[in-house]
Design a protein around this ligand. Structure first.
Ligand code: ADP
Length: 269
């Protein structure tokens, strides 16, 4: 079979510089090695769904990009710059807090639990980081925040406190709070798992709209297989700390090659 120019295996070479690049990344918690050598690139604007059994290291993968966990070995680059550290001549070179702080502002992460500030209203939850981290004025931050809250369908909830919102609304505030920082990459970690089933749709709809805008790279760690199939450019199946298989949604869901992936997908049929 002839090779498609610019396409090597599952990786589509668009000629652009990757926005995210993991090289030989391992992660251990004590004796437990949860990631066993991850090589992964994401292109600017690319939507990558990460699926796999619980405990396979998906959250850890995302948390490292958000600088919430440090890799044990290997490197992670964000937009061509080293995020964490590198190993030079066997020596671990740690990134300083200032560097991490700057790099972190390029990444947004949404968690299963929303972690909103309970004592702040919706608007302040969203303006806090642009003011404190980006140094925007109150007016500038509010202008951005109102626009983002409009985008997630909460324009009429600016003065409400988190305790008076539904789970779906809280999660949409969390999404607006991350988006307002204009990150280059967003990590969505099981963002609908803690929601009542009837609230899942409204959150997925917001994520779908953000994805359609296209600019931001997105890592979607999810158990929502239909959703992954619909919006991902590429799906990564991880198990026991390794990437077992990756490909287009059609390749992964309609034509899984490994036994491991086939049996994993059975559970969602
Ligand atoms: P997944 O998202 O695929 O469910 P995780 O990345 O959350 O997997 O976890 C992978 C493994 O690492 C699990 O066994 C989990 O218990 C363990 N783990 C995650 N974070 C920590 C931590 N801070 N300390 C110890 N073990 C951890």
């Amino acid at each position: 079979m002839s090779k498609v120019p610019g396409q090597e295996g599952n990786r589509i070479d668009t000629g652009t510089k990757p926005i995210v690049k993991y090289t030989g990344v391992t992660k251990s918690f004590g004796d437990l090695q949860v990631l066993k050598g991850i090589d992964l690139e994401m292109q600017p604007g690319e939507k990558v769904a990460v699926i796999g059994p619980s405990g396979s290291g998906k959250t850890t993968l995302g948390r490292m990009l958000m600088t919430l966990e440090e890799p044990t070995e290997g490197t992670i680059e964000l937009d061509g710059e080293l995020l964490w550290h590198t190993h030079e001549k066997g020596e671990l070179v740690r990134a300083g807090e200032k560097h991490l702080h700057r790099m972190r502002s390029n990444v947004g992460m949404i968690f299963q639990h929303f972690n909103l500030f309970p004592h702040m209203n919706v608007l302040r939850n969203v303006t806090e980081a642009p003011r404190k981290v980006l140094g925007l004025s109150k007016e500038e931050a509010e202008e951005r925040a109102v626009s983002m809250l409009g985008k997630v369908g909460l324009a009429d909830k600016l003065k409400m406190y988190p305790s008076n919102l539904s789970g779906g609304q809280k999660q949409r505030v969390a999404i607006a709070r991350a988006l307002v920082m204009r990150p280059k990459v967003m990590v969505f970690d099981e963002v609908t798992s803690a929601l009542d089933p009837e609230l899942v749709g409204e959150v997925l709809e917001v994520i779908r709209e953000i994805a359609e805008e296209g600019e931001m790279a997105m890592m979607l760690i999810t158990h929502e297989m239909d959703f992954a199939k619909e919006i991902a450019d590429r799906v990564i199946f991880g198990a026991e700390g390794r990437i077992v298989e990756q490909g287009t949604p059609e390749e992964i869901f309609d034509n899984p090659k490994s036994d491991r992936l086939q049996s994993f997908l059975q559970r969602f049929r």
